[in-house]
Structures are given as structure tokens and as C-alpha cells.
Design a protein around this ligand. Sequence first.
Ligand SMILES: NC(=O)c1ccc[n+]([C@@H]2O[C@H](COP(=O)([O-])OP(=O)(O)OC[C@H]3O[C@@H](n4cnc5c(N)ncnc54)[C@H](O)[C@@H]3O)[C@@H](O)[C@H]2O)c1
Ligand SMILES: [Zn+2]
Length: 378
Amino acid sequence: MAIRSVLVTGGAGYIGSHLVDRLVAREYLVTVLDSLEPQVHRTGGWPSYANPGAVYVRGDVRDRAAFEPLVLAADAVVHFGAAVSVGQSMYQVDRYVDVNTRGTALLLDILVNAKHHVEKVVVASSIGVYGEGAYQCADCGTVAPGIRPAEQLAARDWEQHCPHCGRHAVSVPTPEDKPLYRDNIYSMTKYHQEEMVLLIGKTYGIPSVAPRFFNVYGPRQSLSNPYAGVAAIWLSRLLNKKQPVVFEDGGQLRDFVSIHDVVDCLVLMLEKPGADYLPVNIGSGQTVTILDIARLLARLLDTPIEPQVTQTGRTFDIRHNTADITRARSTLGFEPRVTLEQGFAELIEWARTTPDVAEDFFDRALQELQDKGLLVQP
Ligand SMILES: NC(=O)c1ccc[n+]([C@@H]2O[C@H](COP(=O)([O-])OP(=O)(O)OC[C@H]3O[C@@H](n4cnc5c(N)ncnc54)[C@H](O)[C@@H]3O)[C@@H](O)[C@H]2O)c1
Ligand SMILES: [Zn+2]
């Protein structure tokens, strides 16, 4: 049977809402389950962009009474409802594990024990499951170093070393089979979510896919949530006439992927079987330093404000991680379309007109990290 009805948990959020729009346009019957987490939805109500073609249910993914009837009515479940900040997860351990891990456990418990007709589960995983990206050592070949020790950060020795011979190692795009290291509680929960969904999917023959999102950017990204993605945080700073704060030396390599490319790939995952039972990187396949992104934002905003490069590290940060998107290309025919210039110009155009940007809470979030001893001072 073809999929007609799709349940999107977290569908009022940033990535989920864009997917909802696309699914409604493709004439799916879409239901959203979302708790309207106050940190994300400051007005307390459904966001203005909520799609009139979808059905919205306010409820928590940890609440069986809310979740079960919606799962039983769906042909596919896209599970995005989650607590999403790496830094915050290091001091709200109980909440992160409860929402992310237990919420997913509840979904699977429903699928295993109730009579359902779900034909596809898509669970949001993350770049975070890798810890550090893949590296190449001139002597030892492909290597997978762990998180840098605090003493290394304190010495401002930012680059990774080969775990075997100690030489500096060079970043290369990360394939899905790189050994996984979780360096923070958020990433652990994303790993739990992914592993649990793929295991139960395989065991019970429910096709399931775990997209590993790299740095997703685009309109509707929360700008006033200081725990959100780095591009949004910097944009919010710049719009508030403050310097974007860039940790270390700004040379960290990342893969920034436009929300539109992400949605393309998610639709392929729902509609095609090629990536079933697999984790799949979703990135742009392009590598960029975070300092370049901070400067690109300033240039597109036409502001002279320079980033503040702190030369300090955070204990849980990785140095480099960029996406090898071979699997998404070969199993699904995915091809990213949006260039960084186009994508960031669109983000800025949207940010100029959204009321969300009024407040910048970054300094408070930075202070919380400082108070918890998560900033490394040389
Ligand atoms: N944005 C990224 O770059 C990125 C990267 C990697 C992974 N992800 C994952 O993608 C998914 C979507 O992320 P996003 O960026 O759209 O985040 P978001 O915060 O904008 O959206 C998450 C939504 O989930 C809802 N939610 C939170 N707790 C809930 C609960 N207990 N019950 C029901 N709903 C709840 C929130 O209200 C929000 O609308 C998340 O699972 C996240 O971990 C995002
Ligand atoms: Zn080596």
C-alpha cells in the first residue's frame, strides 16, 4: 500500500514544519504532534507558519494517550520531536534522556504492541553521533580520533592528532560507517533513538531510516533560542549589532545544508525503499570553516561587524566534521541544489522580517557554560 497519511512529531519546529509544507503540497494527509516547547515557541501558541492543510495536535511524545492514537492512524511516522541543544544537554541530563530516548522508546513500544499499519519510520539522528569526523594521517591512513583532551584545548592546540602516531591529522568527509563516539548527552540520545528505531524496524519488518542531519540552516530556524544552530545564533547577534562569538580559531570545518535540500532528501526517504534500515548523512557535500560562515553572514547583511574569535574551547566541541553524502546519492538519488550564497541570502531575507529576532539570549547561555565549567580557559 502506498503511504497516504504521515504523522510528524515536532512538526511545529523548524525542520518538521518545512517537511509538513512539502508533504501537504504533495497531497499527503499530515498530522502534527508537538508539545510547543516554550524554549522554541515563545508565543506559547502554534507558529504563524503552521500549515492550514495539516492537523495539529498539542501533546507530548512521552504521553502514550496522546501519541498512540495518532500512530495507529498513520501510514508513516516522522519522529522529530526532541530537545535539541548539545550544550544544554550537559546540564539538563534527565530532560534530554526523557524526551529523546524515552519518547522514542514509547513510539517503538506502540509499534510493537498495538495493531498498526505504519509502513515507514523516519527518525531524526544527527552529526552528533560521530563525535569527531573522519581524518587522514599521512602515515597511518584513515583514522578516527576521539574528543580532544582539555589540556590540548588549554594549550590552544586546536587540530586533531593521529591516535596512533601523534601527527597532525587532516579532516576528510565522514562516511556513515565511521566509528561513532558520543561526546555529549544530546548526541547519546540521538544515537539511542537511531539504534532503537533501526533495531525494532529490522526485527519487525517496519522499514525505517535514520537521517543524520549535518548543520541545517534556513528560514524558521529559531533565532532567539541561544541553544539552537550556530548560524542562527550569529545572525541574531549581528542583527542585534553584536559580534558573533566564534570559539577556538574559527577554522572548524562543517557542512551547512539548506533546509530545502534536507526536505528533498526526507521525501525521498519516505517515498523510496533504497535507504531502509540505514543511517544516512544529509549534508550539502560542501566543506566550509565556521569563520567563513560568520563572515558570509556579515557580508550578506552588509555590516562591518567582525566576528569575535575567542581562542577558547568548549570541552564538548569537536574540531571538524563534514558529510560524505555518497550513500544518500546512491541509495536515494539525492542531489543538493542550494548553494551557500543562495541559502544564506534566503535565511537573512527571512530573518529581517521575523519578529523572533528581537532578543539575543546568547550572553546568558554563555554564562551558563562558564558557570558549569564547560569553557576551557588557557
Ligand atoms: N537543526 C539541525 O541542524 C539538526 C541537526 C541534527 C539533528 N536535528 C534533529 O532534527 C529534529 C528537528 O530539529 P529542529 O531543528 O527542527 O528542532 P526544533 O526545536 O525547531 O523542533 C523540535 C520540535 O519538537 C517539539 N518538541 C520538543 N519536545 C517535545 C516533546 N516532548 N513532545 C512533542 N514535541 C516536542 C518542539 O516544540 C519543536 O516544535 C530533532 O530531532 C533534532 O534533534 C536537527
Ligand atoms: Zn598516524
